[in-house]
Design a protein around this ligand. Structure first.
Ligand code: AMP
Ligand code: ZN
Ligand code: FE
Ligand code: FE
Length: 267
């Protein structure tokens, strides 16, 4: 069944406005989808004709053993929920952190200012590195988004500054007290694989098994881990902007989607 449970819009660091992404979802005929913008629910609620296909979602970054770990929270749509309230604080930190990345780039000899980044982030509630990457490309300091990351703003790049994030245990507790389920996003990006076991011990509910960073072989291993611990399995493209030959939608097993929908009380 064609689904996509990991999609971004221009409300965070994607390039499609919500209305354009809804059209893409209709055009691709996705059976189920979730828009998982970073730290915000601003692409919700979805239009009426998509109501029976949506699983509400949000992507949250957390701090785990000194590393950033992305957690997908599904089943939370209330802006007043403890999670979304806490994220308002995390969102503000994105401005402080962007200024500090800009300062680092300037010290490194790249002349860029907040207004250049703001020009790439109009309508966004949540500022992210992709906005900075697009600004660097717009002024020809980088040739492509990937080039901007590779030379300047990847996690170990000269222009990188970290976000202040809540600890993974706190994020999991906030997701649960808000009535949602917590899924580790793109687990192949974890700095150490033991972090997966630690997150499971902390009460993780599921694993994003299908993601562009996971090979078919990785998927087999991740599904086995999920089965062993009776965890949910999810998947998506992590769509940020159109790339030729990479449409939205991934093939998911209907039993896996049913289990997720049941867990968030939609089933
Ligand atoms: P932020 O939350 O501001 O740290 O930005 C994280 C986003 O930047 C991720 O969701 C990815 O879309 C993108 N990103 C992070 N690292 C890389 C990288 N090395 N290459 C390309 N994109 C990246
Ligand atoms: Zn993103
Ligand atoms: Fe992510
Ligand atoms: Fe994402």
């Amino acid at each position: 069944m064609l689904c996509d449970l990991h999609l971004h819009t221009s409300k965070s660091d994607g390039t499609f406005a919500p209305a354009r992404l809804y059209d893409e979802i209709r055009g691709r005929g996705l059976r189920y989808f979730s828009i998982t913008d970073h730290d915000c629910l601003d692409a919700y609620p979805v239009p009426d004709d998509l109501r029976d296909r949506v699983i509400p979602g949000i992507e949250v970054d957390s701090q785990h053993e000194g590393q950033t770990v992305h957690i997908l929270a599904y089943g939370i749509s209330d802006p007043e929920s403890p999670l979304v309230q806490a994220l308002a604080v995390q969102r503000l930190d994105r401005h402080r952190r962007m200024q500090s990345m800009i300062d680092r780039l300037c010290a490194f000899g790249i002349n860029i200012q907040m207004r250049d980044v703001a020009a790439q982030a109009s309508g966004a509630t949540s500022l992210g590195r992709p906005h900075l990457a697009r600004a660097l490309v717009a002024q020809s300091s980088a040739t492509t988004i990937q080039d901007a990351f590779d030379r300047f703003i990847s996690d170990d790049g000269p222009g990188y500054a970290p976000l202040n994030r809540l600890a993974s245990a706190e994020i999991l507790a906030l997701i649960h007290s808000s009535g949602g389920v917590a899924i580790v996003a793109h687990p192949m990006r974890l700095r150490a694989f033991k972090h997966l076991d630690e997150l499971i011990a902390l009460g993780l509910d599921g694993i994003e098994v299908v993601h562009p960073t996971a090979t078919p072989q990785d998927e087999i291993g991740l599904r086995a881990t999920a089965r062993k611990h009776a965890l949910l399995v999810t998947g998506g493209t992590d769509f940020h902007e159109p790339v030729l030959g990479h449409p939205i939608g991934v093939a998911m097993q209907s039993t896996e989607i049913d289990a997720l929908r049941e867990a968030v009380a939609l089933g």
